[in-house]
Design a binder for this molecule. Structure first.
Ligand SMILES: Nc1ncnc2c1ncn2[C@@H]1O[C@H](COP(=O)(O)OP(=O)(O)O)[C@@H](O)[C@H]1O
Ligand SMILES: [Mg+2]
Length: 195
């Protein structure tokens, strides 16, 4: 089981990393259009986003569009004490940024700008692979699973989880583990899947 998860991660990461700059750019545009067709965030909504890494669907255009709609955006920051969960910190055009241990940019920690998970209206998640049932396979760190464990167990109403992915990241069935948090919605440049 664990080894097949590894094999799937490797092959899908290779697929998405082989997309050309033009394909990535076209995907980002279609994703942004598709996103606003399916999600109508309120003006003062709080949305958790991510900055792409490793061939993930790019989010810059979506971020710029959400800012211009007046939405407040938050980025994941690796928890400074636990080291294995995520905090969500306000992200503005001029936020000071630093690279985390994966060389992904995150806002420099400022406790006054952290939003508790339950106060986010939406959380947009990256993923490596998804399947016909909305199961999610990540990069293997389990950060989102750990951060969302209580949310999932207690069936919180928000944030609404929305995975963002390329169509090439879809497989028919993923091997899952008890701790994996599935996604009720996944938006690709072409489709919006709901479960
Ligand atoms: N809720 C949780 N509590 C404790 N450990 C967890 C939890 N969720 C995930 N993990 C740990 O994180 C590791 C990676 O999780 P996995 O689901 O394989 O990664 P990903 O979701 O990034 O693909 C697991 O081996 C597991 O030990
Ligand atoms: Mg998982």
């Amino acid at each position: 089981m664990a080894s097949s998860r590894k094999v799937i991660r490797k092959s899908i990461r290779k697929l998405r990393n082989s997309l050309t700059d033009e394909q990535q750019s076209a995907a980002e545009k279609s994703l942004t259009i598709n996103f606003f067709q399916h999600v109508k965030p309120a003006k003062n909504a709080r949305i958790g986003v991510y900055l792409e890494n490793d061939g993930e669907l790019r989010t810059n255009l979506l971020i710029q569009s959400l800012w211009s709609e007046g939405v407040d955006l938050y980025l994941p920051v690796i928890h400074p004490f636990s080291g294995v969960t995520l905090l969500f910190q306000k992200y503005e055009k001029n936020s000071p940024m630093k690279q985390n241990r994966y060389a992904i940019l995150e806002p420099e920690l400022n406790c006054s700008q952290i939003c508790p998970l339950a106060q986010l209206n939406y959380l947009l998640l990256p993923l490596v692979a998804f399947d016909d049932s909305g199961n999610r396979l990540g990069m293997g760190g389990g950060y989102y699973d750990r951060t969302l464990a209580r949310y999932y167990r207690e069936n919180w109403q928000q944030p609404r989880l929305i995975g963002l992915a390329h169509e090439c990241q879809k497989v028919s069935a993923l091997p899952t583990e008890a701790w994996d948090v599935p996604l009720p919605t996944i938006i690709t440049p072409q489709h919006c899947y709901q479960w």
